[in-house]
Design a protein around this ligand. Structure first.
Ligand SMILES: Nc1ncnc2c1ncn2[C@@H]1O[C@H](COP(=O)(O)OP(=O)(O)OP(=O)(O)O)[C@@H](O)[C@H]1O
Length: 600
């Protein structure tokens, strides 16, 4: 395939792509996983024998799916026979929607409860039944082939949570609603009880890719296994990830062992690894290798291989001095290291520390802009029809985004077709033109969208009262966005309801990023500044596997940095009667004997 000769792939990557068997690929940080996946998909699309065959690529987030789609567009690959998205979307589109009549609870139809609606319902049940003893945040659960498991680490709360969830599931059953986790459960049940369905799917699905397998849940492996098993080795799989970066174990994610994968799939996997890191300096790699939980080889191969990284660790500051120190480090990176603001990321282990630091940094560095945590004023529910429309309303109609926006317009057209709206010659290009032509003069973001949607419906002659799912999505989009804006305003983000905050969600990354460590998964920056690296936060005080999980988080955080890394374990946080000197530094950092740099 000539595409593989375009010089963008190294020999390791090429070998993996050209392997025509099923593959397990362990890819170290910065080894070009996304590039390898993109070319592998291109290669497999090229090898399909019939127009009825499909390739399925399962990504951890919708954002990763978008990125791969865009890269395929760029290299000119026709993606008609590719389906790419999260396991939830796959399970819904390919299994639960087409075969819901195999499940008693769903056979008379069902609707999807989005995460906001689920939060409202569980919050109400907690309050009604247990006052303030438990909250929505205690009630996290994930499904397994044998039923659901709670993610709350406080065992003494479990009997209350189980009671609330029982009531919650009963309400969902009576109202024929399904939440996100249940999509996986029902998909598994459908395949498990009806082997003929897996048999039909295996004839269409010739190849399945799973990205970030280290964060894949047991039930997800088993859903895929049902299809592969039916194929008796004729449908192939390509699994890629890095066990050292498995940071979602509380949500049930884990890297399944090769032997176990082979057992459930019913065939052998060829194991490969990508060991060249194109991101970081050798010094940075040597630093983060210390946090490895699984053995692996990592070689610096990028342009920054010999870069003289600054790696600092400060444990003497008080919490009152943290902002000053972060400002000093940002200025050092901007002024002395000539690093741009876009390439700096400030991280902490938990959300609670980020709101106030964003506000303080914004006022201390007025010339810098910040891409803060959760600063998106509407809910990003990818399955919501009006979210899909909002993406087009809020993104810039520039040539750079034309292909992406055309694809988004196509998603809307498909959705309109599904609900039975007569398209009457409406194409994606025409829809885009209509949207680009609408002008609304309203600075409040939600009002702006309301007016825009109204105009658009007028143009399309679309009466939303005639389409129940579109109407429900409308209500849900505005209700969840209002709730989100209220919460963000309470946290001090007064500017959040302005249309400019809405638009920012679809602009390329701008300014200094502020994020949790989890939120930096898959990202890369020149400089990473980590603070609140303290015992109880990292590792979390209830984490029974704290030592291993804190190593993995430190590994993920440090491996995002290309050039510089600055770590801070400040004193004086969490001071109380029993703990007058506050939380101590993260043990895995204090115990690491490294010759840190000092920046005067
Ligand atoms: N063959 C190659 N030659 C040179 N650079 C490459 C090659 N493959 C990938 N890269 C570059 O390496 C960098 C890291 O790639 P990418 O972000 O895909 O890594 P990753 O494996 O997903 O990392 P992580 O698991 O840490 O998120 C990117 O800047 C990418 O352009």
């Amino acid at each position: 395939m000539t595409l593989l000769l375009d010089g963008k792939l190294n020999d390791e990557q090429k070998k993996v792509i050209l392997n025509d068997n099923s593959v397990l690929l362990i890819a170290c940080p910065g080894s070009g996983k996304t590039r390898t996946l993109t070319y592998k998909i291109a290669y497999e699309i090229n090898n399909l024998k019939s127009i009825r065959e499909f390739i399925i690529a399962i990504t951890y987030t919708n954002r990763a799916a978008e990125e791969i789609k865009e890269r395929l567009d760029k290299i000119g690959i026709d993606t008609k026979q590719l389906w790419i998205g999260t396991i939830h979307s796959f399970s819904l589109e390919w299994i639960v929607r087409p075969y819901h009549n195999c499940i008693d609870e769903l056979k008379f139809g069902f609707s999807i409860l989005n995460s906001h609606e689920s939060e409202v319902l569980i919050t109400q049940l907690c309050k009604e039944n247990y006052g303030k003893s438990i909250s929505y945040y205690d009630c996290g659960f994930f499904v397994t082939p044998r039923g659901y498991r709670l993610s709350c680490l406080e065992k003494e709360k479990h009997y209350m949570i189980e009671d609330v969830l029982r009531k919650y599931f009963d309400i969902l059953k009576d109202s024929r609603q399904v939440d996100f986790e249940q999509i996986l459960y029902y998909a598994y049940q459908i395949l498990d009880k009806n082997p003929i369905i897996a048999n039909t799917l295996k004839d269409i699905i010739k190849f399945i890719l799973i990205d970030e397998y280290q964060d894949t849940k047991e039930i997800q492996y088993h859903i895929i296994a049902k299809i592969l098993n039916a194929g008796k080795g004729l449908s192939r799989v390509f699994i890629v990830g890095d066990p050292n970066q498995s940071i979602y174990s509380t949500l049930g994610g884990f890297p399944m062992e090769k032997e176990e994968l082979e057992k459930i799939f019913g065939f052998n996997l060829c194991e490969y690894s990508l060991e060249n890191n194109y991101r970081s300096s050798q010094k940075m790699i040597s630093y983060f290798e210390n946090f490895k939980v699984y053995e692996s080889t990592i070689r610096a191969e990028g342009d920054l291989k010999l870069y003289s990284s600054k790696i600092t660790y400060n444990l003497s500051l008080s919490k009152e001095e943290v902002v000053n120190e972060i400002v000093r480090l940002i200025k050092f990176n901007l002024d002395d290291e000539c690093i741009t603001a876009n390439e700096i990321c400030v991280v902490a282990p938990q959300w609670i520390h980020l709101g106030s630091i964003t506000r303080q940094l914004t006022s201390r560095l007025p010339d810098c802009s910040f891409d803060g945590p959760g600063l998106v004023p509407f809910s990003r529910d990818i399955d919501n029809f009006w979210y899909k429309v909002a993406r087009l309303v809020l993104s810039e109609p520039s040539p750079n985004f034309y292909i992406r926006r055309l694809r988004w317009a196509n998603d809307i057209i498909k959705e309109l077709e599904v609900v039975g709206y007569s398209l009457d010659g409406l194409t994606k290009k025409r829809l885009l033109k209509i949207i680009n032509s609408i002008v609304i003069n309203e600075s409040d973001g939600l009002k702006h969208l309301e007016l825009f949607f109204g105009e658009l419906c007028g143009f399309l002659n679309l009466n939303i009262d005639s389409y129940s799912s579109i109407k429900n999505h409308y209500i849900s989009f505005f209700e969840s966005s209002k709730a989100r804006i209220e919460r963000l305003k309470k946290e001090g983000a007064d500017f959040i309801s302005d249309i400019s905050s809405f638009r920012r969600a679809f602009k390329p990354r701008e300014g200094i990023t502020i994020s949790t460590i989890h939120g930096t998964k898959g990202e890369e920056y020149d400089t990473v500044i980590g603070f609140a690296l303290l015992n109880d936060y990292l590792p979390h005080f209830k984490d029974k596997n704290g030592d291993e999980n804190s190593n993995k988080l430190l590994y993920v955080m440090s491996s995002r940095a290309r050039k510089n890394l600055h770590l801070i374990s400040e004193r004086g946080r969490g001071v109380n009667y029993y703990n007058p000197s506050g939380k101590s530094p993260t043990p895995n950092l204090v115990g690491y004997d490294f010759e840190y740099d000092v920046i005067d």
